[in-house]
Ligand binder design. Structure first.
Ligand SMILES: NC(=O)c1ccc[n+]([C@@H]2O[C@H](COP(=O)([O-])OP(=O)(O)OC[C@H]3O[C@@H](n4cnc5c(N)ncnc54)[C@H](O)[C@@H]3O)[C@@H](O)[C@H]2O)c1
Ligand SMILES: [Zn+2]
Length: 369
């Protein structure tokens, strides 16, 4: 088992990464000073076999568990689900010393994490992420949120987990599209921060998409990505500077998701398309060289890009970007690459540049799915 530490003073916590380790979760939990009563939150779509080892190992460690299931899907990442969770926590007798364990993807992590942040003004929280996206991104960093009818992730809190416990074996049951979408964040991490990881992905992205990798390699990959996120979050927890680089491809990506009501693209698919658009802006400015631009686009497109972005109006996308949470004083800001593996945050761009980036992206993979 490998450990990546997230350094945040007295809110520091370990990320433990292993393969086939769900049954040892209780031991890792008990090694920390955490409550003896827990709610284990999952969603209705998580393979049922993952809950039992978590519960049994907690039970063996003398920790009582109450399972709580929420309906699966982004459309249930809402205050109504948080309300439901808090009701279940009260019925289960959870008090200020108790703990919430989120077992599942980013939707479960964000919803259960936000419920833990507000229940009795905040109780302990542990993440057991089971999707690539949740393992390398959503479970690390302490952002929790639910969606509002008027915007995604609009209601939330910073609430760091006490432990992130990753069993990479769970990834083998992911539907191919979820795997692909999660790997987009892996590619993003590499492009903004880790040229060596770009080399690795150029060699192995095909094998990763079909999960033809050794457990040790998968553990290494997930740990490396957690390290990247942990380093960035440790340097800038509340996103006043460096942390913004994690939003590479996300300004356009979020606009694509919102314009299609979160139904057409998985998050990672939209981010992949968004990376193409901003790479074009960086290229057109002469920030990113031609060779790096081609390398970038080849790697991103090997993830398998969805069609259909060309059917979305450019003005619609521009309008949505202007109302993005990341926009400051009406200026849309973009993370741009300076070279492969190095990003610079907070670049403003002219309307003309953004339109050209969007058009480039729309021409890259035209057609509807
Ligand atoms: N808090 C953050 O910093 C942060 C960062 C990135 C994304 N997010 C959020 O994460 C969410 C997306 O997370 P996601 O992509 O994990 O989606 P998800 O949580 O909806 O999971 C996708 C689907 O896969 C199922 N599933 C989960 N694990 C599985 C497994 N091992 N095998 C088979 N099926 C499994 C789930 O039940 C669900 O139906 C978004 O809401 C996004 O806003 C949060
Ligand atoms: Zn993302």
């Amino acid at each position: 088992m490998q450990t990546v530490q997230v350094d945040l003073g007295d809110r520091s916590y370990p990320i433990r990464i292993g393969h086939g380790t769900l049954g040892d979760f209780g031991e890792a939990y008990a090694a920390l000073d955490l409550g003896r009563r827990t709610a284990v939150v999952t969603d209705s779509n998580l393979p049922a076999r993952y809950l039992e080892p978590v519960r049994q190992s907690l039970d063996a460690a003398g920790v009582s568990t109450v399972p709580v299931t929420v309906p699966a899907g982004e459309s249930h990442k809402t205050l109504a689900t948080v309300d439901h969770l808090c009701g279940e926590f009260i019925r289960a007798g959870l008090d200020r010393a108790s703990c919430v364990v989120a077992l599942g993807g980013g939707v479960v992590g964000d919803t259960a994490g936000f419920a833990a942040a507000v229940y009795q003004r905040g109780i302990d929280f542990v993440q057991v992420p089971t999707t690539v996206l949740a393992q390398v991104d959503a479970s690390v960093g302490g952002k929790t949120a639910v969606d509002h009818a008027l915007g995604k992730n609009m209601v939330g809190a910073f609430h760091q987990p006490r432990l992130v416990y990753i069993d990479t074996e769970t990834l083998f049951s992911l539907p191919p599209r979820e795997l692909r979408s999660g790997l987009a964040e892996v590619v993003k991490h590499a492009l903004i921060r880790d040229p060596e990881l770009v080399d690795f992905l150029e060699r192995r992205v095909g094998d990763l998409l079909s999960l033809e990798v050794e457990p040790e390699e998968l553990d290494w990959l997930i740990a490396r990505n957690c390290q990247i996120k942990a380093d960035v979050v440790s340097a800038d927890e509340k996103e006043s500077g460096l942390r913004e680089i994690l939003n590479y491809g996300h300004t356009v990506g979020h606009a694509l998701e919102a314009a299609t009501e979160y139904r057409q693209f998985r998050h990672g698919e939209a981010v992949s398309l968004g990376m193409l658009a901003v790479a074009h802006i960086a290229r057109a400015r002469g920030l990113l060289g031609e060779e790096a631009f081609l390398r970038h686009n080849t790697l991103v497109s090997r993830l398998g890009l969805p069609g259909g972005a060309d059917a979305i109006g450019v003005d619609d996308l521009l309008g949505r970007m202007a109302s993005d949470k990341k926009t400051r004083d009406g200026v849309i800001r973009f993370v741009l690459l300076q070279s492969i593996g190095h990003a610079s945050p907070a670049n403003s761009a002219t309307r003309q540049e953004v339109v050209a980036g969007i058009r480039y992206m729309q021409g890259f993979v035209p057609g509807s799915r």
